[in-house]
Design a protein around this ligand. Structure first.
Ligand code: PMP
Length: 426
């Protein structure tokens, strides 16, 4: 029995499913999850001392690579001064300045502790600001596990969402309307029916939770103009795309300005941090300035702020954005070429430093239905073949992959060589 197998069986006795977040359990691919002992640069090392080239990157935060010295040292230095004060610090001011400079649509920002908190709070704020109830989200987009966001499309009905999880009352879900990603007509239809009560659209500007699905030309622009026409707040959930698709987020990459932005992952450098922010007149609706309540004992935590600031400062250097994009393109196009050579039908998507590949005969995948139609069984076999070769991909056909600055050309070449072998074996 491997150490991971042993630990997993112990974990399952005391932790539901043996994990503290579901997708880690390898439910999407079968088998035993790797228990990670340490990580460095582009690599994770499991409890059985095997090294893997890592394309999960802690699900996004590790854009500089694991155990980056600047972040590690910032954390140690901050920890020596005390772990939490529950009072304002200079670090929070520096963080707010940095974020608002990198993401120019944000005039003001509030720190929270996770992406879930960021989206939940942004929605409450949009509802409070507009004095409206309904929100529009997209099928296959994920925005954390707040009640109003765990909702899928009702069967054929525009006006009522259905909870995706027991424990969410139908009454909570009924204000969440679900549209089709990359299909403006599906959004317009909702506005035509209930536009006066739509507080906000929330969207992943590049979807990363149905594998990687970029917006088609005109989609984000169309959402912007519908929100303007109907007086709704446009929220870009950039928890995954922020600082990754481009330094200024997907909004910089595609040139569309949301009213509110939610952030997470990279902004904490590996510590638990999220943030939401945007237009001053909306943000001033938040307590203590305004009537919309939102708070957090550990929000703006000094150790987390130090880690996040170190990460953003290290990332915000000339050449990094282009280097990340080049590495990602090399990997994505390399995977496609290797699949073609082996006669395996594959579509690839990528944007900035995120990528996805789909076992499908379709040329492109641009919505949830197409993503779901891909060959998941083939993905599972490919995943395990790659794992054997020391390549750690996200353990689900519906998650995006992430590159970091630590991935070298040699790492990517090794990955492509492993992929060529795996494609041939499929
Ligand atoms: N929004 C998006 C786009 C995400 O990808 C995620 C998590 N993967 C979240 C929100 C929720 O973030 P967290 O897991 O930190 O609560």
């Amino acid at each position: 029995m491997s150490r991971s197998e042993d630990l997993f069986s112990k974990a399952r006795r005391r932790i539901p499913g043996g994990v503290n977040s579901p997708v880690r359990a390898f439910n999407g691919v079968g088998g035993t999850p790797l228990f990670i002992e340490h990580a460095d640069g582009a690599y994770v090392f499991d409890e059985d001392a095997k090294r893997y080239i890592d394309y999960v990157g802690s699900w996004g935060p590790m854009i500089l690579g694991h155990n980056h010295p600047a972040i590690r040292e910032a954390v140690i230095k901050a920890a020596q001064k005390g772990l939490s004060f529950g009072a304002p610090t200079e670090l929070e001011v520096a963080m707010a300045e940095k974020v608002c400079t990198l993401v120019p649509s944000m005039d003001m920002v509030r720190m929270v502790n996770s992406g879930t908190e960021a989206t939940m709070s942004a929605i409450r704020l949009a509802r409070g600001y507009t004095n409206r109830n309904k929100i529009i989200k997209f099928e296959g987009n994920y925005h954390g596990h707040a009640d109003t966001l765990l909702v899928k499309a009702g069967s054929g009905m525009l006006t009522m969402g259905v909870p995706t999880s027991p424990g969410v009352p139908a009454e909570f879900a009924k204000h969440t309307l679900t549209a089709t990603y990359n299909d403006l007509a599906s959004v317009e239809a909702i506005f035509k029916e209930v536009g006066d009560d739509v507080a906000a659209i929330i969207v992943e500007p590049v979807a990363g939770n149905m594998n990687c699905v970029p917006p088609i030309k005109g989609f984000l622009e169309g959402l912007r103009s519908l929100c303007d026409r109907y007086g709704a707040v446009l929220i870009f959930d950039e928890v995954m795309t922020g600082f990754r698709v481009a330094l200024g987020g997907a909004q910089a990459f595609y040139g569309v300005k949301p009213d509110l932005t939610t952030l997470g992952k990279i902004i904490g450098g590996g510590m638990p941090v999220g943030a939401f922010g945007g237009k001053r007149e909306i943000m001033e609706f938040l307590a203590p300035l305004g009537p919309v309540y939102q708070a957090g004992t550990l929000s703006g935590n000094p150790v987390a702020m130090s880690a996040g600031l170190a990460a953003l400062n290290a990332l915000d250097q000339p050449g990094n954005e282009a280097a990340l994009a080049a590495k990602t393109e090399k990997l994505a196009l390399g995977l496609k070429a290797a699949a073609d050579k082996a006669g395996v039908a594959l579509a690839v998507n990528y944007a900035g430093a995120m990528f996805g590949f789909f076992f499908t005969g379709e040329e492109t995948v641009s919505n949830f239905e197409q993503a779901c139609a891909c060959d998941v069984e083939k993905f599972k076999r490919f995943f395990h073949l790659m794992l054997q070769e020391g390549i750690y991909l996200a353990p689900s056909a519906f998650e995006a992959g992430f590159l970091s600055l630590a991935h070298t050309d040699a790492d990517i070449d090794a990955t492509l060589a492993a992929a060529a072998k795996a494609f041939a074996a499929l």
